[in-house]
Write a protein that binds this ligand. Structure first.
Ligand SMILES: [Cu+2]
Length: 122
């Protein structure tokens, strides 16, 4: 009987740890929902509340697009001049820290065609 109680307690504790880990990991956002990371995506981020620890998932065809995390100035000008991080897996997971994050596609003129996104983390 006592042993059964201990086992039950351990199970509850494990469950609690799993739930806590999920919370710390944060929400996972599929950028662009069904369309994915695509031309004209700009604006998808509006009205969404991003929090530190949330993960942005960028899904796209790597032969067609890429993903570059840039600074605000490059985001505004659609150019990659300053410090940046390139991704090209087609299924990129980026965990948000605090502050703002700026993303664009640097292939051809996709950024000018609205393939860019700025998120503010609460
Ligand atoms: Cu593109």
């Amino acid at each position: 009987m006592a042993r059964g109680t201990i086992v039950a307690t351990i199970l509850v504790l494990l469950l609690a740890i799993c739930c806590t880990t999920t919370l710390v990991h944060g929400k996972e956002w599929i950028v662009g929902d069904d369309k994915g990371w695509a031309i004209g995506i700009s604006g998808w981020e509006n009205g969404k509340r991003f929090q530190s620890g949330d993960v942005l998932v960028f899904k796209y065809e790597p032969a067609m697009h890429n993903l570059v995390q840039v600074e605000e100035r490059d985001y505004n000008s659609c150019s990659v001049v300053g410090p940046s991080k390139f991704y090209d897996s087609g299924n990129d997971h980026i965990q948000l820290a605090g502050g703002k994050a700026f993303f664009l596609c640097s292939v051809m003129r996709h950024c000018e065609q609205g393939m860019k996104m700025a998120v503010t983390v609460e």
